[in-house]
Design a protein around this ligand. Structure first.
Ligand code: APR
Length: 230
């Protein structure tokens, strides 16, 4: 029986693929006011600005590739029962070959009805046109969880964390709840590794801090978890 490895990832795991993080210097929230482009109030105030923000990011996603960190995480499925809980809306974990992925904050390549969240479908990397409608006649919106909206997958994610034997946190500032609180659902005694080149203000259980970028940190983790097991 393979041990369950639960990975909680954030924007930092995709940084080396060329996708901007949010709160680093040069991050997206330096360029845009998060409440204008990533909140339900912003959508109601100016849906066109929000649509454009995600159209740009969706088009950009078509031009980038998964990096070594995504690939190593996918390769760990040979040795562990890997569950990924990601805050990222990119599809780089999927494109690297990972198979069990929960997107807490939605998916850039999907769009949905702005009335019924169950009417959702793949749109790939294309723009959502101005005034484009969903199947129910409502305005088609990005399938993204905005600030001010519930996080439908949080219970699913918490249950997976409760079943973890190993936890790996990669590239998240742990600033945003409820995602940031998930680590506390891991059973006591479960080893937690955190990969980040910067200091992360996490004041919970003891963690094994690998102070490296995601790619290099995942190589170190692979050695620690797999090589030493042989
Ligand atoms: N490798 C690993 N980590 C990195 C790298 C890298 N190459 N570059 C930056 N980081 C780290 C930063 O040090 C930071 O801790 O990634 C983290 C990015 O933090 P944020 O920009 O806050 O991104 P994230 O934690 O994913 O944000 C959570 O906030 O705005 C919302 O919905 C949005 O999902 C997002 C959520």
């Amino acid at each position: 029986m393979k041990k369950k490895l639960v990975a909680l990832t954030g924007a930092g795991v995709s940084a080396e693929s060329g996708i901007k993080t949010f709160r680093d210097s040069g991050g997206l929230w330096e360029e845009y006011d998060v409440m204008d482009v990533a909140s339900i109030e912003g959508w109601r105030r100016n849906p066109q600005l929000v649509q454009q923000f995600y159209n740009v990011r969706r088009r950009e996603l078509a031009t980038v590739q998964p990096n070594k960190a995504h690939e190593i995480l996918a390769s760990l499925e040979k040795f562990f029962d890997v569950e990924i809980i990601t805050q990222n809306v990119d599809n780089l974990h999927e494109r690297a070959g990972s198979t069990n992925i929960v997107h807490l904050h939605g998916e850039l390549t999907k769009a949905r009805s702005s009335v019924n969240p169950n009417i959702v479908g793949e749109i790939g990397y294309r723009a959502i046109e101005h005034g484009e409608k969903a199947a129910d006649g409502s305005i088609l919106r990005p399938h993204i969880v905005w600030f001010g909206e519930a996080v439908p997958m949080i219970e699913t994610a918490a249950k997976k964390m409760q079943q973890s034997d190993i936890v790996v946190i990669i590239g998240t500032s742990l600033n945003v709840y409820p995602a940031a609180g998930l680590v506390d659902y891991a059973p006591p005694g479960v080893p937690v590794y955190l990969i980040d080149p910067n200091e992360v203000n996490y004041h919970g259980r003891k963690i094994n801090f690998i102070r490296k970028k995601a790619s290099e940190g995942m190589e170190i983790l692979f050695q620690t978890l797999v090589e030493q097991k042989k």
